[in-house]
Design a protein around this ligand. Structure first.
Ligand SMILES: Cc1ncc(COP(=O)(O)O)c(C=O)c1O
Length: 451
């Protein structure tokens, strides 16, 4: 055991070091070699050291270098040193985070991490919370609490009796809601399309003035951080309208909610703390290893009401039982890395991570804009959309940037216009990474738009 773990640590550290010089995309040859990991089920055991060597020699070159500083695709953060190392130690612990009795350390770390999270995200300190796999499941979990609460208020026990014959629930979302939010609604029996869709403005913000008259059991799903523009729905107006009508407000803040942790950006999430539930990711902007999402609910009893298994699982000795707040019973101890990330960054380190990445996004926008390319969004956060001309040209530039290998950005369509999307979400990105990447983008764009 000792030998293979040291070998894994050496290989892991070497892999991360080599990200500095290797292409962000794997080579064709590396992808072709992936077949070496396949073949029929082995009949006999293999030496664990050989298994690890094969995984590293064939697997490592076939990765996308998303753990490095020049990956700007989707909204993918890297892994902070403390979070990655804690993940390795936590894997050695192999704790089942379901119950205090199964893992006292995991339960304690979750409680502390939850308290710290509510503090840095500026949410009410009495909220309940769940450590789940990602934003999709965080939305699912928080919206299950919303479903519980609005139907309980209407005299209906949805956990016992399901949705057949239940009072109808009005679900409202913005035209620009993330598709995973609709998926979560579908999984909860609300339907992906049986929703009231509110138009948005030019940045993708829900138009609060277009909200319908609210009555009866209602859940409004707002968004903090549009995947394309980073824009925030107007929380103050939405929460005020909901409060008057007794509606539930849920916030999908997969990455945008972290603006609260940076004093210079906190104004962007003004009013968000007045909602009833929130979903965010730790594997995005907090830079913990995959997978890690977080759901928060103002009244912990609504979350418990939706998620607790049964009365038999009532707290032992008054402690928070983790599985009473999550869809799963057995699960990995995700609180370990969240705790380690927050402990290592501290309030100032977290603020700096958020602010620095936003500043890098602004630098990309300035650099591309001053070269004559159209930046399509107001760069308020860490997301930048840039068009290089018509759809074909923009797609050629995106493909060229990806092939060049200096950095990686994906494509998107923003309000009918094709764009390259730059998301700066990693602690590992440096000023030098930004300048190198900007040079590569400009070089590829110049070649693709010439003549
Ligand atoms: C606004 C928003 N909501 C939800 C999600 C889904 O999160 P996850 O991929 O962690 O499930 C994303 C992912 O980018 C997102 O940006």
């Amino acid at each position: 055991m000792d030998r293979i773990l040291r070998d894994a640590a050496t290989r892991g550290a070497r892999y991360l070091e080599e990200l500095e010089t290797r292409s962000v995309v794997p080579s064709q040859e590396a992808l072709e070699r992936l077949s070496e990991l396949g073949g029929p089920m082995p009949g006999k055991p293999t030496d664990p050291a050989d298994v690890l060597a094969l995984l590293d020699e064939v697997g490592s070159p076939a990765t996308l270098a998303s753990a490095g500083g020049r990956f700007f695709g989707f909204v993918i953060g890297g892994s902070l040193p403390a979070a990655l190392a804690a993940n390795w130690l936590g894997s050695a612990w192999d704790q089942n985070a379901a119950l205090v009795a199964a893992s006292p350390v995991s339960a304690a770390l979750e409680e502390t991490a939850l308290r710290w999270l509510l503090d840095v995200l500026d949410l009410p300190s009495s909220c309940g919370g769940a450590f789940v796999t990602g934003g999709t499941m965080a939305n699912f979990t928080a919206l299950a609490a919303a479903r519980h609460a609005v139907l309980e208020q209407a005299g209906w026990d949805v956990e016992s009796d399901g949705l057949f014959g239940a009072p109808p629930v009005t679900v409202i979302l913005g035209e620009e809601a993330h598709p995973t939010l609709r998926k979560a609604l579908g999984m909860l029996g609300f339907g992906r399309t049986r929703v009231t869709v509110i138009p948005v403005d030019g940045q993708g913000r829900m138009r609060a003035d277009a909200l319908p008259t609210l009555s009866g059991p209602t859940i409004i799903c707002m968004q903090s951080g549009n995947i394309n523009t980073g824009a925030m729905d107007p929380a103050v107006e939405i929460c005020a309208a909901a409060r008057e009508a007794g509606a539930w407000v849920h916030v999908d803040g997969a990455f945008g909610m972290w603006a609260a942790a940076a004093p210079e950006r906190a104004h962007l999430v003004a009013g968000v703390a007045d909602a009833d539930s929130w979903a965010t990711d730790a594997h995005k902007w907090l830079n913990v290893p995959y997978d890690s999402g977080l759901a928060f609910v103002r009244d912990p009893e609504h979350l418990r009401g939706a998620m607790a298994l049964s009365a038999a699982y009532l707290p032992f000795g008054g402690q928070r039982e983790p599985s009473e707040y999550t869809p799963e019973l057995s699960r990995r101890a995700r609180g370990i890395e969240v705790w380690a990330a927050l402990r290592s960054l501290g309030r100032t380190g977290l603020a700096d991570l958020i602010e620095r990445t936003c500043r890098f996004a602004t630098r990309f926008a300035e650099g591309l804009g001053s070269a004559g390319y159209a930046v399509l969004n107001d760069v308020v956060l860490n997301q930048v959309l840039v068009s290089f001309g018509d759809e074909e040209t923009t797609d050629r530039v995106i493909a060229g940037v990806q092939m060049d290998g200096t950095c990686w950005c994906g494509g998107t369509t923003w309000q009918s216009q094709r764009a390259m999307r730059i998301s700066v979400s990693s602690w590992a990105t440096t000023d030098e990474d930004v300048e190198r990447s900007l040079d590569a983008m400009l070089r590829v764009a110049a070649a693709e738009t010439a003549g």
